[in-house]
Every structure is written in C-alpha cells, then in structure tokens.
Design a protein around this ligand. Structure first.
Ligand SMILES: Nc1ncnc2c1ncn2[C@@H]1O[C@H](COP(=O)(O)OP(=O)(O)OP(=O)(O)O)[C@@H](O)[C@H]1O
Length: 737
C-alpha cells in the first residue's frame, strides 16, 4: 500500500523554493519545439536547451496527489547546470555533485515560516494540511513509518536514517541514540527531563544550522542555474536567429535549387534536342558518306568514260576537219542551189499572181454567167414527210414516194401514180410511164438542213452588203415549207433558224469584219405584210394609220439617182446587232394574220416582207453603198377550188393568187424585156419593183410538198419556178458611189 503521493519525499525543486517557479518559467521556452519553418521541422541540429539534472527517480507530489517523476519535468535542465563536465560525468555513471541531505520532520518543514515546500504550496488533494497534523499525530506517524526522511537521489530506497547523529525520535519528541534502550524518566526527574530536552534542543539547533547551510548551497546552486538559464536563453535567441537565417538561406537555396532544377531540365531538353540533331547529322553524315562513296565510284567511271570520250573526240575532230573540207565544197554547191531556189521562188510568186488573176477572172466569169443567166435564180426545196405530230420523221427523210432528185439540181416527179389516168395534171394528160423532170439552180433534198440551204444564199447576203438590191422569196403551196425556210423556228435552237435570222447574223458579222477595212454600216429593219392587197405593219400592229407605197424621186439628188420605193407610216427600226433584230422577228410573227384552212392549220394568208436597209460608208476609200435585203415569205399558192375556202377565206385566196399571178407577169415581162413592166398591178410587185429587175439579184425558193394529194399543185409550182428560172431579167448593178 505504498502511496506515492503521500510519500514524504520532497523533490529537489520543492526544496529549492523558488527554483521550481523559475524552472517552470524557463521550461516552456526550453521545451517548446523550435518553430517550424515553411517546410516543417528544420533539419538543422537543435540546440541543447535542457539543463543537466542528476539522475533521480524521486516522485514529485502533484496537485491531484499523483506522483510524477522528477525527470519528467526537469530532466535536462539539471544536466546543464553543472556544465558539460557534469553531463559527461552523469553519462559515465559518476556520482552527481554533492547535494546536502535534508533530514527533517515533515511537521517542522511545513510549519517553519518562510520555508515553502511543495507540500505546502501544493497540498495533496484530500490530505489535510501538515500543520494540522502536528503534535501527537506527529509522534504516531513517526512510530508508524519509522523516521521520516527527506533524501536526495540514491537514498530513496534506503531506510530513513538520520545522518545527523544516527538518532531516532521518540514518542515524546526526544531524540534517543540509535540502538540505545529508551529510558523513561520518572515524572519527578525534572532535571533529567530538562537534560533530555536540552539535548534535543542542541540537536535541533545543529539540524537548523545544517539546514541553513544547505539552504545557502541551494540558493547558490539556484543562482548558478539562473545564470546558466540566462546563458542558455541568449544562446537560444542566437540559435533562433541562426535558425531563421538558416531558414532564409534554406529558402534561397531551395529557390535556387528549383531554378537550377528548371535549368537542369531545360538543359536536359536542349541536350536531348542536340542529341537528336546529332543523331540526324550522324545519319546525314552516313548518307553523305554513302553518296560520297557512290560519287567517287561514279567519278571514277566518268573519268574512265572521259578518257574514252576524249579519244572519240579526237577521232571526231579529225572527222570534222575532213567534213569541213567537204562542207566547203558543199557550200559552193548550196550557193548555186540557193540561187536556183530564189529563181524558183520568183517563179512561184509569179504563178501565185497568175493564180490570183485566174481566181479574179473566174469570179468575173462566174458573174458574167450569172449576168447571162439573168440574175434570177431558183432553188427547189422538198419538204420531208411529217409525222402526225407535225415534225419531220427522223427515219427515211429522203424516202419520198413519186419524187427523185439527183446531180444537185434535178428534181423528178413520177407521174405513174395511182388514180384516174384520165385526170389531167396542169393540162397535161397523164400517161403511165411519164416522168416530169425539173431543173433548177439547186435542189435541196428533204434531209437538207437550214445551214446547208443558207450556205447557198450567203453570197447573195454578201451582195446586199456590197450595195446590191437582193430579193429572196419563198414560193409554194400552203404547207410546203415556205415559213420554215424563211423564218424557221427561233424557239427550237440555232439549228432550226431560217434564212432571215441567219442573213441578219451574217450581215452584222460581216459589217463588223469590214469595220477594220474602214467600212461603217447603218442598218435598219422593217417588217410588213400584204394582206388582201393592203399593207400592215408587223412592227406596229396597233397603228391604224394607212400605209401606202410611194415612189421617191431621187434622180435629181446627188446621193441617189433612182426612184426609191417608200412606204408611208411604216416603222423602220435602226438595229446594231442581231440581238436587236430577234425581238422584232418574234413580234412580227405574232402579228401575222393566220387563218385556218383545210390545207394547213397555220396557213399564212398574207405575204410577209422583211426588209433590211444597209448603208455603208468607207472612211478610208470614201466609198459608199446602199444595199437592200428583201426576204419574202409568200402566201400559199393553193387552188381556191381544192382548198375549199369560202367567204373571207375565199377572198383571201383570190387576193393571194392575183398577187402571185402578177409576180409571174412581172417576171415574164422582165424576161421578155417588155417596155412596160406591170409592177403596180399588185402591192407585192409594186413594193419589190426595185428588187425585181435589172439592178437586183433575185432568188426564189420553190418549196415542194411531198404529199401525194398536193401533186397537182406541186407541178404547177414547179412549172412556175421553171419559168422564173428561165428568165433573164438583166444584169445586176452595184449601187456604189
Ligand atoms: N424542211 C423541213 N423540215 C422539217 N419540217 C418542215 C420543213 N419544211 C416545212 N416543215 C414543216 O412543215 C409544216 C409546214 O411548213 P410551213 O408552215 O413552213 O409551210 P408554209 O409553206 O409556210 O405554209 P403557209 O403557206 O400556209 O404559210 C411546218 O410544221 C414546218 O415545220
């Protein structure tokens, strides 16, 4: 039942009085861990901050009565008290410095004024103050536990023996020698008792002196400790400063270290790049070496080849010398040949000139033939058979029953056809094997394209630009293809365009080409129709103004010495390109009078006359010309009886036939060179009088229908065309000033 807290042992700190306080004040500083740097605990060696203490295991009474070992509170402080030597002694197991032993009674220690002990300063909980246990209880406690002693290290386990004379204390408070029998003095032995008390007094006196001396030693020791403590605090401060400096240095070093690590990393990267570059260069070097080896081989080969070439060169040089000699000889021959060549070239040039002259002569002859022929030509064009939808059948275009054509200008009509053999055809009685042959300037097969047809008339168009009056008209029965030939179909693409749009294109293209030769042309267009012998302007259908044909007497004027035909109130449009003409053609086409007849759903019942007036002026040669291109789509020439026309349509048909008869009469009169040409018998001949005659070039298309039921009318048309073709209407004259 040893109760450590109740142990009377007093710790050195408690005995030293104020020492524990000082130590406690110092302890937090000494024992506090060094402030951690930014990176935690500093790695620098920690300064020795604890005082050296003698090795002791004396229990220390605490406030709650629990004991605590002394070294738990001041282990190292005591070690530093005596300096390094003491510490070294302690480590060698040498005895600690001599400390005064204290042997006293607890009661006297606690009750003595001015002597504060741990027991009085911090009494154990539940334990009465020492002062209250004075008197009789003191003696009882002493008897129970033996002599209570306060000892320092090394004596705790020893029995409590007083070193001050080896005395024990009796119950009566007297000090009795150890081992001596206690002699109880009788009550009456006052003297003895006084002696005992004096002895006791002396003993206590000597004890007091020992304690006083011990106190002084302790005070001295405490002062030393204070000194050491101050020194340690200064050292501690110095060390802290050094620690701070070291930490700053450490941070700098760490920063530098990071920088150096970055540098190192960068250098490593550069090193790797350089290594890669080096590898590449080594690889290139290897390649170059190989190439070099190859080149060396090649150089060696070439050197060998060079030697061969040199030898060959020498051989060639000698050959060249030989050749040069031969060349000199050849040069003489070449010179003579060149002379011959020049002579031959002169001959060729002379022949060219003769050829050009021959071409000119040929043209003149051709023109002479045309003139002899009468300047009126007739082309026959046979229309293909049409499919039910009105378009030309694709297959067998030229497979037309009863018709045959050959040599480009012969058209044969087989009269051995089914039907009544007694039926007459144009007054001729038909026989079974009869064939009628017609000869024209040109016969176009059904398969002939618009382009092929235009090619044949393009020279006439050129004549209009050269200052001739040109008249091209299409004649034929209804549905034979007159409108198709003259206008074509503007909507079905360029291939289907007829003579009028193609002639317009050629006029403008040629005019543009001749611009380079100084020619400037002014071109104007008009489009009218003759319907029932009255004129209608196809470019101004809304106008009700009466149109009349007038002759303009220009014979007195400088510019024009002939009569010009002039139509009053007619719209004449100046045009600068074919694109300006196309809208006029479409407009006119809309306005054409169309009447339904039994023969053709789109039968045109009027003559349409498109006129292009072309005036040219040459700024280089001061020449001028005035040509005119008349493109006429005549009305159908069917028999009135057969077409079944009645009323208005009958009147239209009669009017048409009358004008066509007059055309025939005019041409016949021109051919016969009659003094009077009946131009004024019809509006058509009156309008075209300057283009039908000696000063004009005339071309007539006779359009032929392939249909069997139209054969009679076809023969009539072909006979009329033959008559026209045989006419000699005089020599065309160019209207040039
Ligand atoms: N060479 C041809 N090739 C293809 N189709 C043609 C040819 N000639 C005429 N045709 C077609 O025949 C039909 C009648 O032709 P077009 O209208 O030209 O006859 P026309 O003689 O002008 O008749 P009209 O006197 O009544 O005006 C039209 O559908 C036309 O397209």
């Amino acid at each position: 039942m040893s109760e450590a807290p109740r142990s009377p042992l007093i710790t050195l700190n408690a005995v030293e009085g104020q020492t524990p306080k000082a130590v406690a004040a110092v302890k937090p500083q000494l024992q506090a861990p060094a402030p951690a740097g930014p990176e935690g605990r500093s790695r620098l060696p920690q300064p020795q901050t604890r005082l050296p203490m003698p090795s002791t295991h004396l229990p220390l009474p605490t406030r709650n009565g629990a004991s605590k070992r002394k070294q738990d509170f001041t282990p190292d402080v005591q070690q530093t008290v005596g300096g390094k030597k003491r510490k070294a002694d302690a480590m060698r197991g040498a005895p600690p410095p001599k400390m005064p032993n204290i042997v006293r009674r607890t009661a006297s220690a606690t009750t003595r004024p001015g002597t504060r002990t741990a027991a009085t300063a911090k009494p154990a909980v539940g334990r009465p103050p020492a002062a209250s246990r004075a008197g009789a209880s003191r003696g009882a406690a002493a008897a129970k536990t033996g002599a209570r002693t306060v000892t320092t290290r090394g004596s705790a386990s020893k029995p409590a023996v007083s070193k001050a004379g080896g005395m024990t204390r009796s119950n009566s408070g007297s000090t009795i020698p150890k081992g001596a029998p206690v002699k109880k003095r009788p009550a009456w032995d006052l003297k003895g008792r006084i002696e005992d008390m004096e002895k006791t007094m002396r003993s206590m006196q000597s004890e007091k002196e020992a304690i006083t001396q011990q106190k002084e030693e302790i005070t001295q020791h405490s002062d030393n400790i204070q000194q050491d403590l101050l020194t340690l605090q200064r050292e501690n401060t110095t060390l802290r400063q050094r620690v701070n400096e070291a930490e700053v240095t450490l941070r700098d070093l760490q920063s530098k270290n990071r920088n150096m690590e970055d540098d190192l990393e960068r250098v490593n990267r550069q090193k790797k790049a350089v290594e890669r570059e080096r590898d590449d260069l080594e690889s290139d070097l290897q390649t170059s070496r190989k190439e070099c080896q190859g080149l060396k081989g090649t150089i060696a080969q070439q050197a060998a080849a060079q030697e061969g070439i040199k030898a060959e060169l020498q051989l060639r040089n000698s050959q060249i010398e030989t050749t040069n000699i031969a060349l000199q000889a050849e040069k003489g021959a070449v010179a003579s040949l060149q002379a011959e060549l020049a002579e031959a070239r002169d001959k060729i040039a002379a022949l060219d000139r003769q050829l050009q002259q021959a071409e000119t002569d040929r043209r003149v002859l051709h023109n002479t033939i045309q003139e002899l022929k009468g300047n009126i030509r007739v082309f026959a064009r046979l229309r293909p058979l049409l499919s039910p939808d009105g378009n030309a059948a694709n297959d067998g275009l030229d497979d037309i029953p009863h018709f045959d054509w050959h040599d480009g200008n012969i058209l044969e009509l087989d009269r051995a056809m089914d039907g009544d053999p007694n039926e007459t055809m144009s007054g001729f009685k038909r026989t079974e094997s009869q064939k009628i042959e017609f000869s024209f300037d040109r016969v176009f097969a059904p398969s002939s394209s618009q382009g092929e047809v235009f090619e044949e008339i393009s020279q006439l168009v050129q004549s209009a630009l050269d200052g001739y009056k040109v008249c091209i008209f299409a004649y034929g029965q209804t549905g034979s293809g007159k409108t198709h030939t003259m206008e074509g179909n503007l909507e079905q693409g360029p291939e289907q365009r007829g003579m009028i749009p193609r002639a317009v294109e050629q006029v403008f293209r040629t005019a543009e080409r001749l611009r380079g030769k100084g020619w400037e042309y002014k071109i104007s267009a008009s489009f009218l129709e003759i319907y029932n012998e009255s004129l209608r302007d196809l470019l101004d259908s809304k106008s009700d103004k009466k149109m009349d044909i007038k002759m303009k007497d220009n014979r007195g004027s400088k510019d024009n010495k002939t009569n010009d035909v002039h139509v009053t109130n007619q719209v004449v449009v100046d045009v600068n390109s074919e694109d300006e003409v196309y809208p006029l053609l479409k407009k006119a086409n809309k306005h054409r009078a169309v009447a339904a007849t039994k023969c053709n759903d789109r039968s045109s019942r009027s003559h349409s006359v498109f006129q292009l007036r072309i005036k040219g002026q040459n700024s280089l040669t001061s020449e001028s010309c005035a040509g005119m291109l008349n493109l006429v789509d005549l009305a159908g020439s069917e028999q009135v009886k057969k077409s079944g026309s009645q009323g208005k349509q009958l009147q239209e048909a009669q009017s048409i036939n009358k004008s066509l008869s007059n055309l025939s009469l005019v041409i016949t009169a021109l051919s016969n060179k009659e003094p009077h040409i009946p131009y004024r018998n019809s509006k058509l001949t009156y309008l075209l009088q300057n283009s039908l005659g000696g000063n004009s070039k005339t071309l007539m298309f006779v359009n032929v229908s392939p249909q069997e039921e139209h054969l009679v009318e076809t023969v009539n048309s072909l006979r009329f065309a033959t008559t026209v073709n045989q006419c000699n209407i005089g020599t065309a004259q160019k209207k040039v000033k």
